[in-house]
Design a protein around this ligand. Structure first.
Ligand SMILES: NC(=O)c1ccc[n+]([C@@H]2O[C@H](COP(=O)([O-])OP(=O)(O)OC[C@H]3O[C@@H](n4cnc5c(N)ncnc54)[C@H](O)[C@@H]3O)[C@@H](O)[C@H]2O)c1
Length: 259
């Protein structure tokens, strides 16, 4: 992928930690100029420094993706400095799904998750369009979740937001055709992000045997697993793929469970 991504510019939301940080490292290693945006300034500065120390081309710009004015300002800043975007990766999300029983759910907490996980990708896509339209093979990648298709109890806002993001993906794919922008999703399963968090939140994973064994591949996922697929889906090697969602979950969602 090195040749393809050299001199390409990629914007990754929520790129300061976790899966987004893993994706940022992979694209920068492949030769891209990477812009990471995140609401967490401390994490963003840390990630920028960590990646720049690896001689990678990365810039952090702070932004809350659920706030329209901030997204407008972000894209203006990106446009002034980089003039075009080859890919937008909508990864930022409130990633803790369990909100407790429905009777106790505050509607404002539901709205907050929808605003970040669903409105965020829509806003970023809308205001990135003029920059994406300047690229030769522009691509959008939405990071959804297997929770879009199945649920644990009490995960209403998260599951609904990711279900919406899956639908937004195919809706955008059939709409953004003049000029042509491919739009796909990745639906990750359990991805261990402990070592990829900012220093004050970082932890070493300690998976039980049953955590690993419940995955047909025998382990929990890594940000690198998502990053590899992201590199492919945003490149011209995936030029005939649009409106699709790729589940990356070590096989958990195809496993039939009888008790
Ligand atoms: N880790 C998993 O097991 C898993 C599984 C399925 C899907 N996902 C999805 O992958 C994405 C990344 O998750 P993660 O596990 O790396 O989580 P994470 O919490 O490690 O990273 C998410 C990043 O998004 C940022 N963010 C949150 N709200 C934001 C906002 N309003 N504006 C800008 N940035 C914001 C956070 O500050 C953080 O840096 C999320 O969309 C999540 O739903 C994660």
């Amino acid at each position: 992928m090195k040749d393809y991504y050299t001199s390409k510019t990629i914007l990754i939301t929520g790129g300061a930690q976790g899966i987004g940080k893993g994706i940022a490292q992979a694209f920068a290693r492949a030769g891209a100029q990477v812009i990471i945006t995140d609401i967490d300034q401390e994490a963003g500065q840390e990630a920028q420094e960590w990646l720049q120390n690896q001689e990678l081309q990365v810039e952090f710009i702070a932004c809350d993706v659920s706030e329209e004015e901030q997204v407008v300002a972000l894209m203006e800043q990106v446009g002034q400095k980089y003039s075009q975007l080859d890919a937008l990766i909508n990864n930022a999300g409130i990633a803790n799904p369990d909100v407790g029983p429905l009777q106790d759910l505050s509607i404002s907490s539901f709205d907050k998750v929808i605003a970040v996980n669903l409105r965020g990708p829509l806003l970023c896509t809308k205001y990135a369009l003029p920059l994406l339209q300047k690229a030769t093979h522009p691509a959008i990648l939405n990071i959804s979740s297997t929770r879009a298709f199945m649920s644990e109890p009490n995960t209403f806002p998260y599951s609904a937001s990711k279900g919406g993001l899956e639908a937004l993906t195919h809706s955008l794919a059939v709409s953004l055709t003049k000029p042509r922008i491919r739009v796909n999703a990745i639906a990750p399963g359990w991805i261990e992000v402990g070592p990829w968090e900012k220093e004050s939140k970082r932890y070493e994973p300690n998976h039980r045997e049953q955590d690993k064994e419940q995955h047909p591949v025998g382990r929990v996922g890594l940000p690198e697993d998502i990053a590899e697929a992201a590199l492919f889906l945003c490149s011209d090697k995936a030029g005939f793929i649009t409106g699709q969602s790729l589940t990356i979950d070590g096989g958990m969602t195809v496993k039939m469970i009888y008790s």
